[in-house]
Design a protein around this ligand. Structure first.
Ligand SMILES: Cc1cc2nc3c(=O)[nH]c(=O)nc-3n(C[C@H](O)[C@H](O)[C@H](O)COP(=O)(O)OP(=O)(O)OC[C@H]3O[C@@H](n4cnc5c(N)ncnc54)[C@H](O)[C@@H]3O)c2cc1C
Length: 399
């Protein structure tokens, strides 16, 4: 099934032999691109190193901005960061669309949760109580109310919930806009892998690219997603503990452009969840699996079958759509499912922005703001402070 390529770096955005920067960002997914854009907008000379900017998890994702329906038991500390980043989205979109001249498909449409079977209703009730206890904006709905809001949801739906603050963006339009805006702000792209970080006297000195070229820089931001631990030369205490968490996802297309849904729908079907995210032009994103399979990005028939089966039970009308894409991506998972943001203590000029796991798109504005502040020698926003990479550093006395 066809997978469209990520947008290329345009002519004029390449670094063309530039070998010295204030900041080198390693990795050009939504995280690296947004950090690069914000840092360049503040007057820093920024180079992004990435052989395929935008082609990682950021291209595969569903683009949900969902602090509420993505909240998990035990992840309450992350919730405050997610909510704070969700609040930044409207202004972030306005600025990005102005700077890039591109739309990003931001839809402040809310998210509907639909429970199909009585057991699913019990799950939804528990989740509703948990979310309400956390003070999140959620509204309980009867099956009839769910169907009134989304007539294409199955008549079997027995109850539901509406999260009015969970929105969505078209992640692929977002990637394209970030590449454009970063370039316009003066950032340039090295279309190569960063192989090695050179440090001397406890300071960052340069980044070595796969061609052997050396990029001198006073600051380096490690933002290479699930591959962030693979850069040679990182001091041991600064190797981010990230691992790839595989996610398979589908894109369906309505040939006549008809819109099947008005908002994101999360179905709970016999205890498993499936989401359907409508996109302009009549396509729907259906996802996703969460698999611990290492660096494997194959698409399996079993996963495609199960996602289609569950999505079809929630919205039977998807049977009429074309299956246009089946793809897998690698989320950068961290030990506590939360990102690592900011300076790595002990190495001047080395910063980390990775480990965003399921919420990298949602956390893009907050990450960009926090890292740009740190790169300019300012305090990071208070919401970002608990997510310093230092929380995973083992004290030397205990090694
Ligand atoms: C199926 C799926 C659905 C998802 N849905 C959502 C969602 O709805 N909402 C949400 O908020 N998040 C979602 N996510 C998570 C989100 O996609 C990620 O958290 C986010 O994209 C991470 O961005 P990133 O820039 O850190 O990594 P990536 O987008 O993976 O980018 C990393 C980049 O680093 C580059 N790179 C790697 N190694 C090197 C190197 N040595 N030198 C230079 N460059 C290098 C790669 O080429 C790549 O471009 C989803 C993820 C998946 C897989």
């Amino acid at each position: 099934v066809h997978r469209p390529p990520a947008p290329p770096v345009a002519h004029g955005q390449e670094c063309d032999g530039r070998r010295s920067h204030d900041v080198v960002v390693v990795g050009g997914g939504v995280i690296g691109l947004a950090v690069a854009w914000k840092a360049a907008s503040r007057g820093l000379k920024v180079g992004v190193a990435d052989p395929h900017p935008g082609a990682g998890a950021s291209w595969v994702a569903a683009g949900m901005l969902a602090p509420v329906t993505e909240v998990h038991y035990g992840e309450e500390p992350l919730l405050a960061l997610n909510v704070a980043s969700a609040r930044l989205w409207p202004e972030f979109v306005a600025e990005l669309e102005r700077s890039s001249g591109r739309r990003v498909g931001y839809m402040p449409c809310g998210t509907l949760v639909a429970a199909l079977e009585p057991g699913d209703r019990a799950w939804a009730e528990q989740f509703f109580a948990f979310a309400a206890e956390l003070g999140l904006e959620v509204q309980w709905m009867s099956g009839r109310q769910v169907r009134q809001a989304e007539p294409n949801i199955s008549p079997r739906v027995c109850a539901g919930m509406f999260a009015s603050g969970d929105h969505q963006v078209d992640n692929r339009l977002l990637v394209a806009a970030l590449i454009e805006a970063a370039g316009k702000a003066g950032c340039c792209f090295h279309r190569e892998r960063a192989d090695w970080l050179d440090t001397a006297g406890g300071k960052v000195e340069s980044v070595r690219l796969s061609s052997g070229a050396l990029l001198a820089s006073t600051s380096v931001v490690v933002a290479s997603g699930a591959w962030s631990a693979d850069i040679g030369g990182l001091p041991e205490a600064c190797i981010p503990p990230v691992r790839p968490v595989k996610g398979q996802i589908l894109r369906l297309r309505c040939p006549d452009g008809r819109q099947l849904l008005a908002r994101c729908v999360r179905g709970v079907v016999n205890g498993t969840t499936v989401y359907l995210v409508p996109r302009s032009g009549g396509s729907v994103v259906v996802g996703s699996t969460v698999e611990e399979k290492g660096f494997d990005s194959s698409v399996t028939t079993g996963a495609v079958y199960e996602m289609l089966r569950d999505a079809h039970r929630v919205v039977p009308g998807i049977a009429e759509l074309e299956l246009s894409e089946a793809v897998a991506g690698l989320r950068p998972g961290s030990p506590d499912n939360a990102p690592m943001l900011g300076p790595c203590p002990g190495v001047e000029g080395l910063l980390v922005a990775t480990g965003h796991y399921r919420n990298g798109v949602l956390l893009t504005p907050m990450t960009a703001q926090a890292l740009a502040a740190a790169l300019c020698g300012e305090a990071m926003p208070s919401d970002a402070l608990p997510f310093s990479p230092a929380r995973f550093q083992v004290p030397s006395w205990s090694r």
